[in-house]
Design a protein around this ligand. Structure first.
Ligand code: PLP
Length: 408
């Protein structure tokens, strides 16, 4: 029997065993094998459906298989899939234009992932340091940050457990506590080329930056001749109620990185540079696949749909609605507290290390949530999530919390 002909009763078991045999053991996965998605729902091999508030970790901003994304990919696939960056391709230019119009004229470079986007930003900051600040090369990033899994982005990531196994990491990175302007000022030297930060920390627990901190970073970068780099890989694309998360603050960064939701589910990375940092010249940086026509067609359709359907504002409203729901749950369950976040980037603290148990119960009840460590529950749903989806999610979460409370 071929692998696809296995009977559905044991289908997920079959795929899990096959994965174990042929896929490297990199991921600790839940025992769910998904085969189909539509809007805010996904279906597993047994035909069970789940309300998806994880959205491929903040990727499926238009939900699963949005018609605009599907038809953009289908149409582009019949026309041109790949030509390399030896030549121009119209979709790449259209996407760069869209992002330029949204960012007051920044120019783009496209890659394939968030880590790669940040690698490009780090190289660009080093070029800034080399050409504008006597060879400065150091990047200061934040504790609790996450910037990717390549060696340089691991060095920039302010969480020791991601770094421990890979020493020696590339030189020239240090971290300071998030939202601590004094610590940042003390860390800056004539070797510092740039400050890298998330306007809302994602993997670190959904922590928005303070306004004074963002303003302080901007001022420090101007005074000390450094570039301000905002990692918008998770928080960008309208998720926080603004197209870019930094637009929630009265500052504009010099370099912006994007990925995740940019192409509505197709792999892509974007690195945008404002005038002050737009220093790459031919040969400085490159990629074979980055900015390929399929990814860019999907991204163009995603951004157009976000704009046409006013999904940035919708994300803000739905985020506030969800916040109200979670506040009610915090009043009901003594092990939940500190609901927080902005737009559709939300988290709540869970006491007694119950976060993973809640995620598992919710999964059993047909709801996908995500835990960050043992004590934080996160949701980063599609921007198209509706009020009735959130009502259903709150009911399912409520039921899951009652079950966990009873069992623990
Ligand atoms: N930056 C941030 C803020 C992220 O949240 C992530 C991934 O979670 C990355 C960078 C890395 O992106 P990727 O996994 O696409 O390399």
């Amino acid at each position: 029997m071929s692998t696809t002909q296995q009977v559905s009763e044991s289908a997920h078991q079959h795929w899990m065993e096959l994965e174990h045999k042929y896929y490297q053991g990199t991921f600790k996965r839940y025992p769910l094998v998904f085969v189909r998605g539509e809007g805010t729902r996904v279906w597993d091999t047994d035909g069970k459906d789940y309300l998806d508030l994880v959205a491929g970790i903040a990727v499926n901003v238009l939900g699963h298989c949005h018609p605009a994304v599907v038809s953009a990919i289908q149409e582009q696939a019949t026309r041109l899939v790949h030509v390399s960056n030896l030549y121009y391709n119209t979709l790449q230019i259209e996407l760069a234009e869209q992002l330029g119009l949204l960012s007051n004229g920044m120019r783009s470079f496209f890659s394939n992932s968030g880590a790669e986007a940040n690698e490009g930003a780090i190289k660009l900051a080093r070029k800034f340091g080399r050409t504008k600040k006597n060879g400065a090369f150091e990047i200061i990033s934040m504790e609790r940050s996450f910037h990717g899994r390549t060696l340089a982005t691991t060095a920039a990531t302010g969480q020791a457990h991601y770094q421990a196994t890979w020493a020696p990491l590339p030189d020239g990175f240090k971290q300071v506590p998030y939202n601590d302007l004094d610590a940042l000022k003390a860390a800056v030297s004539d070797k510092t080329a740039g400050i890298l930060l998330e306007a809302v920390q994602g993997e670190g627990g959904i922590w928005p930056a303070d306004k004074a901190f963002m303003e302080g970073v901007r001022q420090l970068c101007d005074e000390q001749n450094m570039v301000m780099i905002c990692d918008e890989v998770q928080a960008g694309m309208g998720r926080t109620g603004k197209f870019f998360a930094w637009e929630n603050y009265p500052v504009t960064p010099d370099i912006v990185t994007m990925a995740k939701g940019l192409a509505g589910g197709v792999p892509i990375g974007g690195m945008l540079a404002g005038k002050r940092a737009d220093l790459f010249e031919p040969g400085d940086h490159g990629t074979t696949f980055g900015g390929n026509p399929i990814a860019c067609a999907s991204a163009v359709a995603t951004i157009r749909t976000i704009n046409e359907q006013n999904l940035v504002e919708h994300a803000r409203k739905m985020g506030e609605y969800w916040h109200g729901k979670v506040q009610e749950l915090c009043a009901k369950y003594d092990f939940l507290d500190s609901p927080r976040g902005i737009g559709l980037m939300r988290a709540v603290n869970v006491k007694r290390d119950l976060a993973a148990k809640i995620v598992e119960r919710a999964m059993h009840n047909g709801l996908l949530l995500n835990n960050l460590g043992t004590s934080t529950l996160r949701i980063v749903p599609p921007l198209v999530v509706s009020q009735s989806d959130l009502d259903e999610a709150a009911d399912k979460l409520d039921r899951s919390l009652t079950e966990v409370a009873r069992e623990n």
